[in-house]
Design a protein around this ligand. Structure first.
Ligand SMILES: Cc1ncc(COP(=O)(O)O)c(C=O)c1O
Length: 394
């Protein structure tokens, strides 16, 4: 079944993961990216990639299906695979005993916030940021406080200290929900910045929860640093997953991780958090971390190429838009304020260019007049989308 979908592309794996599918093939997909908008729209919005599944992952899932191995999850294969990947790629010694599976990234994040704070307490975030960072803590009765990124898209430590003051002002507890690497800007926080986060948080008594959904995707020259690996982060918590880097949102899963002084907090997360991961999700994610390295390297190379292509296309077709290429994620944060399209240029691009990008507005302060564009697609689709966006201004 898998092979019949792959056809010629199988010969090219891991080759160029972003050059293996045509627009017609992609339009057969039934996932959110391809079914939310009419067929004349090029979808460059939600964080799904236009790739085939890496061969070791497809094999793990199809082997399980062939064997009828579709029962409940068991064992620590996912945690061990993440630990092995962390040792090899990030020179980080993660103790699998301080790792628990969770159903997905955001459920893990929410559960950590629930363990560390009470309703009415504060969650500090760096806007503009992934919209669920605003919504999910708020659904759970936490007060969300923004510490906007600086104009260079990096953490503004003065704003962060101010937000911590505000967060603790009423005598409660606070969590700093760090997005590392940062969605939507693609910023990869440097080790020195993360150490400063740890120091500042310790000074204020704020607990850090690091969302590292995009961690494996960082280009080697930018060096991703896990938050829990930095000095002073012993009481931190973090979540990561294969979902973004290997395009597995359809096979949900993630792991929650704790520094040595936060192991007790990880243990307080409810039992159903760990047992609710799907068995096939856990198998797929473990295969990704364990055997998906060559495919990931090929993908990261294709993304670097697309990033260059996008910068050139924006310069040519949208010269008044500003794009600051960053080494993390496959998301580009475009400042369209000089295009004269108002606060929500995404609405214009959807209507007039038939290109779906994310509106910057739900990303919080700093989102007005911005759009987020997902460039994990083929060079042809990417080029056509930016051409259409440029032509829509005439
Ligand atoms: C920073 C970040 N966290 C979490 C998620 C969502 O992960 P999940 O679907 O596993 O909850 C995403 C998805 O794009 C993301 O970019």
């Amino acid at each position: 079944m898998y092979m019949s979908v792959v056809t010629n592309a199988a010969l090219d794996l891991p080759g160029n993961p972003l050059r293996q599918l045509t627009l017609d093939q992609l339009r057969q997909r039934t996932s959110a990216k391809w079914r939310t908008h009419p067929a004349d729209v090029l979808p460059l919005w939600v964080a799904e990639m236009d790739v085939l599944v890496a061969e070791p992952i497809a094999k793990a899932v199809t082997d399980a299906m062939a064997a009828g191995d579709t029962g409940y999850p068991s064992g620590s294969g996912y945690a061990e695979a993440v630990a092995a990947f962390a040792a090899e790629r990030w020179s980080w010694d993660l103790d699998p005993d301080r790792v628990r599976t969770v159903p997905d990234m955001m459920l893990g994040v929410v559960e950590m916030i629930k363990v560390l704070t009470r309703p009415g307490d504060a969650v500090v975030i760096n806007s503009p940021v992934y919209p669920p960072f605003h919504r999910f803590p708020a659904f759970n009765g936490r007060k969300v406080i923004e510490a906007p990124l600086g104009p260079d898209h990096r953490i503004d430590f003065a704003a962060l200290a101010e937000a911590f003051e505000l967060a603790l002002g009423r005598g409660g507890r606070a969590v700093y929900l760090l997005c590392s690497p940062h969605n939507p800007t693609g910023t990869v926080h440097a080790r020195a910045e993360l150490e400063r986060v740890a120091r500042l948080s310790a000074d204020y008594g704020v607990r850090v929860v690091a969302d590292e959904a995009h961690a494996p995707l960082v280009a080697p020259d930018a060096a991703f640093t896990p938050y829990l690996a930095v000095a002073g982060a012993a009481d931190g918590l973090a979540v990561t997953s294969a979902a973004k880097a290997w395009n597995l949102p359809g096979l949900r899963g993630a792991v929650a991780m704790a520094g040595p002084d936060a192991a007790v907090d990880l243990a307080r997360m409810p039992e159903e958090m760990s047992t609710s991961i799907s068995h096939l999700g856990a198998l797929a994610h473990a295969a990704a971390f364990r055997e998906g390295g060559p495919w990931l390297d090929a993908l990261v190379a294709d993304l670097a190429e697309n990033r260059r292509l996008l910068a050139a296309a924006v310069a040519e077709h949208l010269p008044q838009a500003r794009y600051r290429p960053q080494p993390g994620t496959y998301l580009a944060w475009l400042d369209c304020r000089d295009l004269g399209l108002g606060d929500d240029p995404a609405a214009h691009f959807l209507e007039r260019a038939r290109v779906a990008v994310n509106s910057g507005l739900p990303f919080g302060t700093g989102g007005k007049g911005h759009v987020r564009l997902n460039y994990a697609t083929t060079p042809e689709i990417l080029t056509e989308a930016v051409e259409r966006m440029g032509a829509s201004l005439n």
